[in-house]
Design a binder for this molecule. Structure first.
Ligand SMILES: Nc1ncnc2c1ncn2[C@@H]1O[C@H](COP(=O)(O)OP(=O)(O)OP(=O)(O)O)[C@@H](O)[C@H]1O
Ligand SMILES: [Mg+2]
Length: 213
């Protein structure tokens, strides 16, 4: 998750996608590179036995990726600080897929260029994920069209502004656990399914866990 804009939804998406992988039976960890430690603090409150949350420095990413692979991990989700700096570039280089959460609002849309540049330096596929989008507003389609006409790829699933995303994380859960039949859970399942397809991660695994277990 990379975006130089603060509050775009990086940590929210990192946590939610990691839990989606965990619920699907994968061995998954979140690597939190942000000194704000949002994902780590969430991990401290979490009672379930996964996903693991690791706080570390960007320079150690290649080592972490090797160690995770050696330990049989299926997926690492990297959460970054709101920067387009060396740490974000290191994250881009370590990643198979870069997701750029972006609110459909003009200041946010203008700010994604630096992140897209970083992805092209790292030569990694990057997709904008429209996040915290207002429900039933023309601005979402406008943002998607504007991004696509500027050459950006936009993930098919928009993440809307829903209280479940912010409530669920208070006690270390995700919206899929807090409200398994809710709209937020549905959006995350769909985004996870699509993102898994992008990186060749099989989904719908035999070992899927039930939310709340
Ligand atoms: N889809 C959403 N619906 C409702 N609230 C959201 C949504 N996405 C993010 N938020 C809220 O917006 C705030 C910022 O989100 P988040 O911390 O995920 O952004 P971030 O990009 O990680 O920020 P930073 O750049 O500071 O690391 C949080 O309070 C979060 O709960
Ligand atoms: Mg964050």
């Amino acid at each position: 998750m990379i975006s130089q804009k603060g509050g775009a939804g990086k940590s929210t998406l990192a946590i939610h996608l990691a839990v989606a992988a965990y619920l699907d039976g994968h061995r998954c960890a979140v690597v939190d590179l942000d000194p704000q430690a949002t994902a780590r603090k969430w991990g401290d409150k979490r009672e379930a036995d996964g996903p693991e949350v690791i706080g570390d420095h960007a320079e150690r990413l290649p080592h972490l990726v090797d160690a995770a692979r050696a330990n049989g991990a299926d997926l690492l989700v990297i959460d970054t600080a709101p920067n387009a700096d060396r740490a974000s570039l290191a994250a881009a280089r370590a990643a198979d897929l870069i997701l750029i959460p972006c609110r459909p609002a003009s200041f946010d849309l203008e700010a994604i260029e630096a992140t897209r540049d970083l992805a092209s330096i790292a030569k990694k596929p990057a997709w904008v994920v429209l996040s915290a989008a207002p429900i039933r507003s023309a601005i979402v389609d406008e943002a998607r069209r504007g991004l696509e006409s500027s050459g950006a790829k936009v993930a098919p699933q928009t993440i809307h502004h829903r209280v479940a995303y912010s409530y669920a994380v208070i006690d270390g859960r995700s919206a899929s656990e807090y409200e398994p039949d809710g709209k937020a859970a549905e959006e995350i399942a769909s985004l996870f399914q699509w993102a898994s397809g992008q990186v060749g991660l099989p989904t719908g695994g035999r070992h899927g866990r039930k939310a709340g277990t």
